[in-house]
Design a binder for this molecule. Structure first.
Ligand code: PRP
Ligand code: ADE
Length: 178
């Protein structure tokens, strides 16, 4: 089981916990120290890639979420020899886009992909650093459905179990730390 993999334990040891950031009451889990340690960062990319290869047969596209999904998605896509496609927050992508709106704690936001970036029927795996309420990942799943892609799994390094983000998602969630 990958959660017990020493490469994941090494990641766990580097996660920085910051109280009351960015707001009072939030315990922020910062993965940036992992990127300062090439051996641990590489180990994480290897574990993610091995699991996706084993569990998401036929994956054709790794979809990374703006912005911290961009830290891990491209490395995994390179390992697997498949495409990387970014989901961006609104107004950042040129040309024709597909957008979906999603709810935040206060108000709404939207995210987008370039219309020609994913073909109907393509098998995709969505990657982000962390699943909290699940609103961001749900919006990405909705975008994939709008593009008629087939979502094989949602992969995050950290899942905040107490927020039940998984309940918003109808696809398998693969996570490593909580
Ligand atoms: O499950 P949710 O409640 O939607 O929260 C999880 C999202 O929040 C964070 O991103 P953030 O919006 O802070 O943007 P960033 O990656 O650009 O820092 C995190 O990287 C996830 O994308
Ligand atoms: N607790 C948390 N730590 C890091 N990123 C987050 N995004 C949403 N909640 C977060």
């Amino acid at each position: 089981m990958s959660r017990d993999d020493p490469r994941i334990q090494a990641v766990k040891n580097l996660v920085e916990l910051v109280e009351d950031f960015p707001k009072p009451g939030i315990l922020f889990k910062n993965l940036f120290p992992v990127l300062r340690n090439p051996a641990v960062f590489n180990g994480l990319i290897q574990v993610l890639s091995e699991d996706i290869k084993a569990r998401c047969s036929g994956v054709e596209v790794i979809v990374g979420l703006d912005s911290r999904g961009f830290l891990f998605g491209p490395g995994v896509a390179l390992q697997l020899g498949v495409a990387f496609v970014p989901v961006r927050k609104k107004g950042k992508l040129p040309g024709e886009t597909i957008s979906v709106e999603y709810s935040l704690e206060y108000g709404k936001d939207s995210c987008e992909i370039q219309k020609n970036s994913i073909r109907p029927g393509q098998k995709v795996v969505i990657i982000d650093d962390l699943l909290a309420t699940g609103g961001t990942m749900k919006a990405a799943c909705d975008l994939m459905e709008a593009a008629k892609a087939e979502v094989l799994a949602c992969v995050v390094v950290i899942e905040l179990n107490e927020l039940n983000g998984k309940d918003k998602l109808k696809y398998p969630v693969i996570s490593y730390l909580s």
